[in-house]
Design a protein around this ligand. Structure first.
Ligand SMILES: C[S@@+](CC[C@H](N)C(=O)[O-])C[C@H]1O[C@@H](n2cnc3c(N)ncnc32)[C@H](O)[C@@H]1O
Length: 298
């Protein structure tokens, strides 16, 4: 679907990696197999975010470690600086596979929203599914262009969550994998995801931080930006991402979007489980929790 005029008559591939809307004649590009279906105006809005985000992520130890690094995800080598974080990510991923029976079934059309380097698409393709990667980030170490590190291929589109260049009712599953909290408006983002989801499809959110009290999320957000400012010299807040969920927000979104949530709480280990108790004893901020949130239309 054209991201500018929203017509779903179709996009035509032209020579020179050009893609043209049959309806409004707006043109887009494809670079190294990645369809850039976002207008230049919209992309400009993310320029500072993407620059700062990438600088932080590379400083944190993500980046080019060779093909093997990407192909192993979500199970990097034990010496990876973020191995502890991937352990949690891997547990969410395993819980997702089992909740949706993705290992025993095949051929599901799955949209990976905020796909980053595409590790989830790689794993899903390996299992015989048909993933599609959406992200605004083209970075070749931490964004869509890192997809060249895998042997398998899937459609890769540079586009926004809130403006998917896809016709209605197509996907079996839409997954936000550690990405929904970058949204600036959860209602709009999830409504757009539901538009492209087939009637009996599932909407999934994993690895977005969830709090009981909104104040805890607000506090986490300001602590994070203070930390970035101190360490990197910028706050990394050029787009107003919400950055967290609360159980009340999840409930309200369910009501306003007409969806019912199934909440799965993976076991992340004892250390993780006792974090709230430790915080109470130490009188520190409520820690975030993760859950696998699976929604279907009510
Ligand atoms: C923390 S990363 C997660 C990447 C990947 N899903 C993973 O699990 O490693 C969040 C991703 O969401 C993308 N993102 C943020 N806002 C977005 C938006 N409005 N539309 C599409 N992607 C977005 C970022 O560029 C980034 O790649």
């Amino acid at each position: 679907m054209c991201p500018v005029c929203k017509s779903d008559i179709g996009l035509l591939s032209w020579p020179g990696n050009k893609i043209v809307c049959r309806n409004c004649s707006d043109s887009f590009q494809s670079i190294e197999g990645i369809y850039q279906l976002i207008s230049t105006d919209r992309l400009a809005k993310y320029e500072m975010f993407l620059d700062e985000y990438t600088r932080i992520r590379i400083a944190e130890g993500r980046g080019d470690h060779g093909n093997d690094y990407y192909q192993r995800l979500p199970e990097p080598s034990a010496s990876d600086p973020l191995a502890w974080q991937w352990k949690i990510r891997n547990k969410s991923f395993r819980a997702l596979l089992s909740a949706l029976c993705l290992k025993s079934q095949k051929g599901k059309k799955i949209i990976d929203q905020g796909a980053g380097v595409g590790w989830l698409c790689n794993r899903l393709a390996e299992m015989g599914h048909h993933p599609l990667a959406i992200d605004i980030n083209m970075d070749d170490m931490d964004g869509l262009s890192a997809g060249k590190n895998y042997d398998r291929r899937w459609p890769v589109i540079q586009a926004e969550f809130d403006n998917l260049p896809l016709a209605d009712d197509q996907a079996d599953v839409v997954i936000f994998n550690a990405s929904l909290h970058y949204s600036t408006d959860y209602y709009n983002t999830l409504r757009e995801a539901l538009r492209v989801l087939a009637n009996d499809g599932k909407l999934v959110i994993i690895d977005s931080p969830i709090y009981r009290k909104p104040g805890s999320g607000i506090q986490m957000k300001s602590q994070r930006h203070d930390f970035f400012e101190k360490k990197y010299g910028f706050r990394s807040d050029s787009i107003n991402s919400i950055e967290f969920l609360t159980w009340d927000m999840i409930k309200d979104l369910g009501n306003s979007l007409g969806i019912t949530w199934n909440v799965i709480r993976p076991w992340y280990g004892l250390g993780w489980a006792i974090r709230p108790l430790k915080a109470t004893i130490k009188r520190t901020r409520e820690p975030s929790t993760f859950a696998v949130l699976i929604a279907k239309r009510s």
